[in-house]
Design a protein around this ligand. Structure first.
Ligand SMILES: Nc1ncnc2c1ncn2[C@@H]1O[C@H](COP(=O)(O)OP(=O)(O)O)[C@@H](O)[C@H]1O
Ligand SMILES: [Mg+2]
Length: 268
């Protein structure tokens, strides 16, 4: 059995579509800058008691379980193609980690092609990762406090022509090393572009401790999935997240979550 087949079989995470999560406003009190959000996709903030938020807590527990022995704290999130839910998983996972455990969490937007983390979190910053990699600026200039728990973010920064080159540069390697070792209790969650069209995530993959692979159910062809899996076969796959999972693929207690969403949708 191939590594990915094993990972798929382990199927650490199953989670259903967000469905209609409503527009609950969140206001997280803190002494830093405060993010107020009505972004319905940030379910871990807006609907912490919802089944979807619960799924993120399961993902968090799985991640901690898989990584704690050797503290594999740099985790890259990727998928075969775009719009499979990489960035939303990265944000919600980081939010969940920062809310519930005593760790510092750093969320890095390494999708220099289509960065979205700053939008999802509603933050703005003068510089980001691409600037750090191309100019002589200090790390402190790209670290943005979110005001949520111990969550820091490094946004993508300005658009660049050569993302692969930058992400495979010595400066990037040194940066990841520094991020990993400066605080031993810190999780670094790195969002990336999809791996079938671009080489970015593959080159980053060798710098990180492990990979969370997102699969949007029903979207990707088996052949493409196999190709994608082949590309990451030498990386450490920590788990697979099935996004937009359907009830028929879920077992036991998951199905009730489906009905929950289904009913909510019906009301619309
Ligand atoms: N589980 C989900 N349920 C419903 N919509 C989702 C879900 N995951 C992602 N989406 C939708 O897909 C879009 C793309 O998600 P995103 O995480 O930005 O994808 P990626 O980073 O893989 O390109 C989101 O803006 C959202 O509209
Ligand atoms: Mg994305």
């Amino acid at each position: 059995m191939s590594k990915i087949e094993e990972a798929l079989k382990k199927a650490n995470i199953l989670r259903e579509s967000y469905g209609n999560t409503g527009n609950v406003k969140a206001h997280i009190p803190s002494d830093g800058e405060i993010i107020k959000t009505d972004n319905q996709y940030l379910v871990t903030l807006t609907q912490p008691g919802s089944p979807v938020a619960e799924e993120y807590r399961r993902l968090k527990s799985m991640l901690i379980r898989e990584t704690k022995a050797n503290f594999l704290n740099t985790v890259m999130i990727t998928s075969a193609v775009e719009a499979e839910g990489k960035s939303l998983t990265a944000v919600n996972l980081a939010l969940t980690l920062s809310q519930e455990i005593d760790h510092t969490i750093l969320l890095v937007d390494a999708d220099l092609r289509k960065p979205t983390l700053h939008e999802y979190l509603g933050i703005s910053c003068k510089y980001g990762l691409s600037d750090y990699l191309t100019r002589d600026i200090d790390l402190s200039e790209i670290l943005v406090k979110t005001g949520i728990g111990n969550l820091l973010i490094i946004p993508a920064g300005h658009t660049v022509e050569n993302p692969v080159e930058l992400l495979s540069s010595v400066r990037m390697k040194t940066l990841i090393h520094e991020l990993k070792h400066r605080y031993m209790d810190r999780y670094v969650i790195i969002d990336t572009p999809p791996i079938l069209p671009f080489a970015d995530a593959i080159s980053l993959g060798s710098l990180v401790d492990g990979v969370l692979f997102i699969v949007k159910e029903g979207r990707i062809q088996k052949k493409s999935l196999e190709n994608a899996v082949h590309l990451i076969k030498d990386l450490k796959i920590l788990g697979v997240v099935f996004n937009y999972a359907h009830a028929e693929n879920l077992e036991g207690h998951y199905s009730r979550y489906y009905y929950y969403n289904y009913k909510k949708k019906e009301k619309k």
